[in-house]
Design a protein around this ligand. Structure first.
Ligand code: CBF
Length: 804
C-alpha cells in the first residue's frame, strides 16, 4: 500500500547522529561529555532525534494548510504514551544510526533507552488506545491534534508491601520532558463558578469567580518514516497571576500563593480520588479545563484560516474519547452563542455536526453523572445550556418523557455526549450491539443512524516492530521489506508458512529467546526466578472484578491442588504471570491483588512445584513492562465476564506476537476468534446472552461451588487461611462475595475455564501444533492494526481522506 509513498524523514548516518548528539549535549543540555550522566546522554539523543522530527512536522502542517485538509481533534483525558524515544527512532528508520552514535559515545544503547521515564498519562486501555491512534493518524496521514492534560503526576507507582498494593506518586516530569515544546504564547483563560446575566438574543454574560490559564505544550508525533507528523498538545494549568502581593507583604505567604495552588491543582494528578465532594469537583474542573482550552484553540485555528464559525463542521471533526470531554457540547454552544453571536439552535446544529463520541464501556460507573448542584455551581452557564439542549431534544423527538439528560438531580454525561454527537461509536462489534440494546437503547431508537462500530486496533509499530526485534527481523525477511509495519494486512502471508516446519522452528526460537530475556528481567528486577521453557501464561491489565483475575487465581490454586494430589499427573509446566494496578479506592480489587500474591508465595515456596508451576506478579505494570511481557507470552488470558469488556486491546497485542488466547466470547475476542479460526483459540464460558439469562434465573453461585469440588476446595482453603498463614479472616470479603453474590459470575464460569485450561495443557504437549496455531494467530492480526481502525473512523465518522 505504501511502497510508493515518499519518506520525509531525513536520512542520517551514525556519524552524523553522533555529532548531533554531542552538539545537543553541549548546547541544549549544557553538559560536558566528561561529566555527562546516562540521563544527559539520553536527553542529548532525544534532542538530536527530535530535531529530525521537526522538518517532517512542519511539512505535514504546511501540507494540511495548503490542501485545506479537514482536521481531526482527538480529545482525551488520557494518553498512555509510555516512552517515546525508541518509538520515534523506529518510525524514522534510525535504529542503526542511533545504536552506532550512542556506542561511539561509549554509552550502552539498551540502558539509555531504558532510562526514559514511562509517561503514564493514562490508566488503561482507553488511554493506550488514544496513544495508538496518535501513531496511526500520523502514519496514515490524517491531519490531527491530540488534546489532553499535562499531568504533573501520571498514574501512581505501585509497590507491594507484603503483597498489599501501596501507591506512590509518579513523577515523570522530575527530569525535563525533552520531547515537548513549550508554547508560552498559547494560553487561554478558563473560568469556573461565578454569575450569569442575560445577554443579547440567546447569549449570556458569564462572569466566572475563578480563572486559570491553560498553557500549551506540544509534542510532535511522527508516523512511519515521517510521512506525516501530528501534534499532541497537552494543557498545563497555571495561575493568571503567580501570587498576590498584598498578603505576601503582610507576611501571609500561604494566602499569597493561593492563586497558584488553585491553578496547579487542576493539572497535578491523573484521576484524583473522587470519592469526596472536593475530589468530584476537581475532576469536573479537570474535564472542563482541557475541553474548554482545546475548543478555544480549535476555534482560534479555524478563524485564523479566515473561516466562519458556522462552517466548523466542514473543516473539523472532534472526537470525544469517552464521556470525560462530554462538556464539549455545551461549551461549544456557549462559545458560538455568547462569543460569536449565533443563535442557540444554529450553534447546537454546528456543535452536533462537529462532535463525535466513542463509548468505551457499558459499566454504569464509567458513564459519568454530575449532580446538577455541582454543575450549576462550577459551570453555571453550562448548566443553563445543558437544560436547553435537553428541552430541545425532548421537543424535537416528541418524547418529553423518554431519555432526559437532566434526570433526578443529575446530568447524565453519556446521554449528553450521545445527543451532542454526529456519530457515536462502540469499540468492538459485540460492544456496539450491546450499546444499541442496553444503555443507549432508547436513544438508538430515536437516532438509528448515529451508532456505528469501529473495532479497536493497536499500532504494530510499537506492539510488534518495536517490542519484538526477533519477530521484526523474521517478518521483514519473509515479507520482503519493513513495510508490513505500516500495512499489517501483509502479515497474512505467514498463514501458509504455518505448515512449514523450518519456518515454525524459527518462529518458535524467537519466542524462546523472548522468554529467556523476560525470565532474566523477572529475576533481575523482581527477584522471581522462573523456568523459561515452561508455558508463560499471562494476564496483564487493570485489576477489576469484571476482568476476573480472581478466576485465574482460583484456577491457579486448583491446579496447585491437583499437582499436589497426583504428582505424576501430566500438566503443562506453567509460569502464571499477573500484572496490573487497582484503583486506590477499590478495596475488593486490592484484596484480590493480595490474594494473588499470597497464592504466589505459597506455590513458589513449595519445592514440589519446581519445574511445574510458578506465579509471578511484578509490581508497577506499565507500558514498558507490557513491551517485555507480551513478546514472551505463550498464553494470553482474556477471561472477562462476557458482555463486560468493551473490546480489549491486550488481546490483539498478544495474538500479534504469537500467543494463543484463552478467553470468553467478550469484546474483540469474538472478532479475534473469527480472524484466527475457532480451532486456534481456546474459548470457554458463557456468552453475553447466557450471563444475562443466568442472572435473570436467580444466579446462586453456591450451587456452582457445590458442583465442582476443585472450586469448593480452593474456596475452603482461602477461608481456612491456607494461603495466608492461617489467617482465615483476611479474604472474608472475597469468599463471602463468591458464595453469596458473585456479580461477575466467576463461579458460573470456573468449571468451563478449568477444563479449557486442561485442553490448553494438551495442546502444549504438542509443540509443533502449538507453534502452528501461534503462527496462524499472528497471521490473522492484520485487521487489528490501529491503522485499519483509523481509516474506518476517517471514512465513517470524520469524513476525511488520509494523505498517505
Ligand atoms: O476502547 C479501549 C478500551 O477501553 C477500556 O479500557 C475502558 O477504559 N473503558 C475498556 O475497558 C476496554 O475494553 C477497551 O478496549
Amino acid at each position: 500500500m505504501h511502497d510508493g509513498a515518499t519518506d520525509t524523514a531525513k536520512q542520517i548516518d551514525g556519524e552524523a547522529l553522533r555529532v548531533a548528539m554531542a552538539h545537543s549535549l553541549r548546547y541544549a543540555i549544557g553538559k560536558d561529555p566528561v561529566t555527562a550522566t546516562l540521563s544527559d546522554w539520553r536527553l542529548a539523543l532525544t534532542r538530536a532525534v527530535r530535531d529530525l522530527v521537526v522538518d517532517p512536522w512542519f511539512a505535514a502542517t504546511r501540507r494540511a494548510y495548503a490542501e485545506k485538509r479537514k482536521r481531526v481533534y482527538y480529545l482525551s483525558m488520557e494518553f498512555l504514551i509510555g516512552r517515546l524515544l525508541e518509538d520515534a527512532i523506529h518510525n524514522l528508520g534510525l535504529e542503526a544510526a542511533a545504536r552506532e552514535a550512542v556506542a561511539a559515545h561509549g554509552v550502552d544503547y539498551a540502558a539509555l533507552v531504558d532510562d526514559e521515564p514511562d509517561a503514564a498519562l493514562g490508566n488503561g486501555g482507553l488511554g493506550r488506545l488514544a496513544a495508538c491512534f496518535l501513531d496511526s493518524m500520523s502514519t496514515v496521514g490524517v491531519a490531527a491534534h491530540g488534546y489532553g492534560i499535562r499531568y504533573e503526576h501520571g498514574l501512581f507507582r505501585q509497590r507491594f508491601d507484603q503483597g498489599w498494593q501501596g501507591e506512590e506518586p509518579e513523577d515523570w516530569l522530575r527530569q525535563r520532558h525533552a520531547w515537548e515544546f513549550e508554547r508560552s504564547e498559547v494560553a487561554y483563560p478558563i473560568g469556573f463558578g461565578g454569575e450569569v446575566s442575560p445577554g443579547e438574543g440567546d447569549g449570556a454574560l458569564w462572569t466566572p469567580s475563578d480563572t486559570v490559564l491553560a498553557a500549551a505544550y506540544d509534542t510532535p508525533i511522527p508516523g512511519w518514516r515521517g510521512r506525516w507528523t501530528n501534534t499532541l498538545r497537552l494543557w498545563d494549568a497555571q495561575p493568571v497571576r503567580e501570587f498576590d502581593l498584598e498578603p505576601f507583604n503582610r507576611g501571609d505567604y500561604m494566602a499569597a500563593a493561593a492563586p497558584s495552588v488553585f491553578a496547579e491543582t487542576i493539572s497535578r494528578v491523573l484521576y484524583p480520588d473522587d470519592t469526596t465532594p472536593q475530589g468530584k469537583e476537581l475532576r469536573l474542573k479537570q474535564e472542563y479545563f482541557f475541553t474548554a482550552a482545546s475548543l478555544a484553540d480549535i476555534l482560534r485555528r479555524h478563524r485564523a484560516m479566515g473561516l466562519e464559525p458556522r462552517s466548523l463542521a466542514a473543516h473539523a471533526a472532534i472526537q470525544l474519547n469517552d464521556t470525560h470531554p462530554a462538556i464539549a457540547g455545551p461549551e461549544l454552544v456557549r462559545l458560538l452563542v455568547d462569543d460569536h453571536g449565533l443563535d442557540f439552535d444554529e450553534a447546537f446544529d454546528v456543535a452536533s455536526a462537529t462532535l463525535n463520541y466513542t463509548n468505551h464501556t457499558l459499566m454504569p460507573e464509567a458513564l459519568e453523572r454530575w449532580s446538577t448542584d455541582l454543575m450549576g455551581h462550577a459551570l453555571p452557564r453550562h448548566m443553563q445550556i445543558i437544560e436547553r439542549i435537553d428541552t430541545r431534544h425532548a421537543r424535537e423527538t416528541k418524547r418529553p418523557d423518554s431519555v432526559r439528560i437532566v434526570d433526578n438531580g443529575e446530568v447524565r454525561m453519556g446521554d449528553l455526549a450521545f445527543i451532542s454527537a454526529h456519530r457515536v461509536n462502540g469499540v468492538s462489534a459485540l460492544h456496539t450491539d450491546l450499546m444499541k440494546q442496553t444503555v443507549f437503547a432508547e436513544l438508538h431508537a430515536l437516532h438509528p443512524e448515529k451508532i456505528v462500530n469501529q473495532t479497536n486496533g493497536v499500532t504494530p509499530r510499537r506492539w510488534l516492530y518495536g517490542c519484538n526485534a526477533g519477530m521484526r527481523r523474521l517478518l521483514t525477511e519473509t515479507l520482503g521489506s519493513e513495510e508490513w509495519a505500516a500495512d499489517l494486512d501483509r502479515i497474512a502471508a505467514l498463514a501458509p508458512l504455518a505448515e512449514d516446519a523450518a519456518f515454525r522452528e524459527r518462529f518458535q526460537a524467537i519466542k524462546t529467546d523472548n522468554k529467556r530475556a523476560c525470565a532474566a528481567w523477572l529475576e533481575r528486577e523482581h527477584g522471581v526466578s522462573v523456568d523459561p521453557t515452561a508455558m508463560f501464561d499471562i494476564q496483564i491489565k487493570r485489576i477489576h472484578e469484571y476482568k476476573r483475575q480472581l478466576m485465574n487465581a482460583l484456577e491457579t490454586a486448583a491446579l496447585y491442588n491437583a499437582i499436589k494430589a497426583d504428582p505424576s499427573a501430566e500438566f503443562a509446566p506453567r509460569v502464571k504471570i499477573f500484572g496490573g494496578k487497582a484503583a486506590p479506592g477499590y478495596a475488593m480489587a486490592k484484596l484480590i491483588i493480595k490474594l494473588i500474591n499470597d497464592i504466589a508465595a505459597t506455590i513458589n515456596a513449595d519445592p514440589a512445584m519446581k519445574g511445574r508451576l510458578a506465579v509471578a506478579y511484578p509490581a508497577n505494570y506499565n507500558v514498558s513492562m507490557a513491551e517485555i511481557l507480551i513478546p514472551a507470552a505463550d498464553l494470553s488470558e482474556q477471561i472477562s465476564t462476557a458482555g463486560k469488556e468493551a473490546s480489549g486491546t491486550g488481546n490483539m497485542k498478544f495474538a500479534m506476537n504469537g500467543a494463543l488466547t484463552v478467553g470468553t466470547l467478550d469484546g474483540a475476542n469474538v472478532e479475534i476468534r473469527d480472524a484466527v479460526g475457532e480451532e486456534n483459540i481456546f474459548i470457554f464460558g458463557q456468552t453475553a446472552a447466557e450471563v444475562l439469562a443466568t442472572r435473570a434465573n436467580g444466579y446462586a453461585p453456591q450451587s456452582f461451588i457445590d458442583a465442582d469440588p476443585r472450586l469448593a476446595q480452593v474456596v475452603e482453603q482461602i477461608e481456612a487461611g491456607f494461603f495466608s498463614g492461617g489467617d482465615g479472616e483476611r479474604f472474608r470479603a472475597v469468599t463471602e462475595n463468591l458464595r453469596g453474590h458473585d456479580w461477575f459470575q466467576v463461579c458460573a464460569d470456573f468449571t468451563s475455564y478449568y477444563d479449557r485450561q486442561r485442553v490448553v495443557d494438551d495442546a502444549w504437549a504438542k509443540p509443533e501444533e502449538w507453534t502452528r496455531k501461534a503462527v496462524l494467530n499472528a497471521a490473522g492480526m492484520g485487521v487489528f492494526s490501529s491503522d485499519r481502525t483509523i481509516r474506518g473512523y476517517a471514512a465513517e465518522v470524520w469524513g476525511v481522506t488520509p494523505a498517505c
